[in-house]
Ligand binder design. Structure first.
Ligand code: DMJ
Length: 461
């Protein structure tokens, strides 16, 4: 059986690996165990270095600014983005004293009774999710109490005519604003609010989030696609632009992951419908791999050929959902994007090869896709790819106080930002590539879109 599996993957690789990439440059050899261990050590050291910078120059703030050695707040008062996003990564990497420091900061300082007008999506995927995972990993009820308090303060966001949430809610007053929302920000609350219902026994969170995500699904076009902006009160699309990038991406991701997490077949049905449409209308085959384009959601007609760092997640989702062939071809394109421009730009035009947004802000999606492809194929090519990406990040983004973003991948000039997802996702997926498989058992956990692992609720769907 294992031989059959190997032959299958080898054939798939022959299909995908006939162009310019590390595949074609002979880096397809076995990945030595010693090198895996060395990578794990380097990634752990990187996490310690970045955390030390945060604790020295930004302790208690949201983010470290690693060049000026100062700190950044997202809102009027800190939501402790970095400690909350980083905590479970420290636990998974076995960095016990860093985990203890992060926990101490969270439990001593995190307070949601603040004059903060917050973005529901960002705070849900980073903070609510981080607290839920912390509770599941550590068992300390204080994490759950914080999560419930935060979720209750965000619940007014769902009070619209359709049940789709407003983008912003004030944590003290419950005042909402911005009803021009998008599928990603509407749908990517389901794992977190759903999970909270499972942990508390109070169905209201699951109900509100499910109504919201299903209201998007209900409004799909005949093509099976969704647009990138919708009025949450009238339910009318404000943009027919369709793609798998920012504003839509994790809506699709959550439909599949919520099926795995909760075993609720409505999510699977919705995912299958959309996924078939994505493959029919969005995938564009090129000599450098398969990219995903922009189309009009109503007609399926192409409107653009932009591709970028955020789009890279879809290869991983395909692999996770069992379509290895598509995943391999898209990951070939992802790796092309990473290697062709020095490092990965935020976006470029895959028809003209021109970079449209030259920055790299420590995003994880390309590594994330490598992770799922490796887990599903066991092929060492993905270890080599992940090594190259990790080497580039650790080399080009390194600063005295942490890791900085890159302003322009052509010149590798840095800029003063270290997003909290560098801890939550980028370092975590990099580490999990080389760590023993038991470091993350995908039969037992599902990662949210910020890579916070949730224990699977359902029996195997
Ligand atoms: C993260 O906050 C999440 O992965 C989100 O889904 C997309 N953007 C960033 C990482 O790039």
């Amino acid at each position: 059986m294992r031989n059959v599996k190997l032959v299958f993957f080898t054939c798939m690789f022959c299909l995908a690996a006939n162009t310019h990439s590390a595949f074609a440059q002979g880096k397809t050899a076995r990945f030595p165990d010693d090198l895996k261990k060395e990578m794990c050590v380097r990634i752990k050291q990187a996490a310690q270095h970045a955390w030390k910078g945060y604790m020295t120059y930004a302790q208690g703030a949201d983010d470290l600014k690693p060049l000026s050695k100062t700190s950044k707040l997202w809102y009027k008062e800190s939501m402790l983005m970095t400690p909350v996003d980083a905590y479970d990564t420290f636990v998974m990497l076995g960095l016990d004293s860093e985990a203890m420091e992060a926990k101490k900061l969270i439990l001593e300082k995190l307070n949601f009774d603040t004059d903060n007008d917050i973005q529901v999506f960002e705070v849900t995927i980073r903070i609510l999710a981080g607290l839920i995972t912390a509770y599941e990993l550590d068992g300390d009820k204080k994490f759950l109490t914080l999560a419930i308090d935060l979720a209750d303060r965000m619940m007014p966001a769902f009070n619209s005519r359709t049940g789709m949430p407003y983008r912003y809610v004030h944590l003290q007053t419950g005042k909402t604003r911005d009803g021009a929302n998008n599928p990603a920000e509407i749908g990517s609350l389901m794992m977190e609010f759903g999970k909270l219902s499972k942990l508390t026994g109070d169905e209201k969170y699951y109900r509100a989030a499910k109504k919201a995500i299903m209201e998007v699904y209900k409004r799909k076009a005949k093509t099976g696609l969704v647009g990138e902006k919708i009025d949450i009160n009238s339910g009318k699309w404000l943009s027919n632009q369709s793609h798998i990038s920012g504003y839509i991406d994790s809506y699709y991701e959550y439909l599949y992951k919520c099926w795995l997490l909760f075993g609720d077949a409505d999510f699977k049905k919705a995912f299958d419908t959309h996924n078939a449409a994505i493959k029919k209308y969005l995938v564009d085959t090129t000599d450098h791999g398969w990219f995903l384009k922009q189309v009009n959601m109503q007609t399926g007609k192409q409107t653009g050929s932009s591709y970028g760092a955020l789009d890279a997640f879809y290869a991983g989702l395909c692999a996770y959902a069992g379509d290895i062939k598509t995943a391999i071809h898209i990951q070939e394109a992802n790796f092309y994007m990473w290697t062709h421009f020095n490092m990965e730009p935020e976006s470029f035009d895959y028809k003209t090869n021109k970079v449209s947004s030259p920055y790299y802000i420590l995003r994880p999606e390309n590594l994330e896709s490598c992770f799922y492809l490796f887990r599903k194929s066991e092929h060492s090519d993905y270890l080599w790819m992940a090594k190259q990406m990790t080497d580039d990040i650790l080399k080009h983004c390194f600063t005295e106080a942490g890791y900085a973003s890159i302003k322009d991948v052509k010149t590798l000039e840095q800029f003063d930002s270290m997003e909290s997802f560098f801890f939550a996702e980028t370092l975590k997926y990099a580490y999990l590539m080389f760590a023993p498989l038991s470091a993350a058992d995908l039969k037992k956990i599902v990662f949210n879109t910020e890579a916070h692992p949730f224990n699977i609720e359902s029996k195997k769907p």
